[in-house]
Design a protein around this ligand. Structure first.
Ligand SMILES: [Zn+2]
Length: 118
């Protein structure tokens, strides 16, 4: 008798929070550094008639948080505190990877922790 391989339980997208869903969709966003500053997030749309959309992101000088020029960010960002569009999520991931690769220094972190305690 042949046994069929048991299918792995797959987590459906509905099982995730809205923030996690946006984070998952962020996988389809490509990020580049913009000139003279900021970042470019390019949404890779799928389907025959899909058009790739490009947004410019920058750090808001007042809030020190990432600001995106997409409609989601402009319309929902003001009404939902802590709202993050998929471009912001993708750029944060990009910056995080870059920081870990190029700038993270465990000794500096230790010094900063000591300075905070003192
Ligand atoms: Zn956005």
């Amino acid at each position: 008798m042949k046994t069929t391989a048991k299918r792995k339980p797959v987590a459906r997208i509905q099982d995730f929070t809205p923030a996690e869903q946006r984070s998952a969709r962020a996988e389809r966003v490509s990020v580049f550094e913009a000139e003279p500053y900021g970042w470019i997030a390019r949404s890779e749309a799928s389907g025959a008639r899909a058009v790739a959309r490009v947004y410019h992101l920058f750090r808001d000088p007042e809030t020190r948080e990432l600001a995106c020029t997409c409609a989601d960010s402009i319309f929902r960002g003001h009404s939902e505190p802590g709202f993050e569009c998929k471009h912001v999520a993708a750029v944060l991931k990009f910056i995080g990877r870059q920081y870990l690769r190029d700038e993270y220094d465990p000794r500096r972190q230790q010094q900063q922790q000591r300075a905070r305690v003192a």
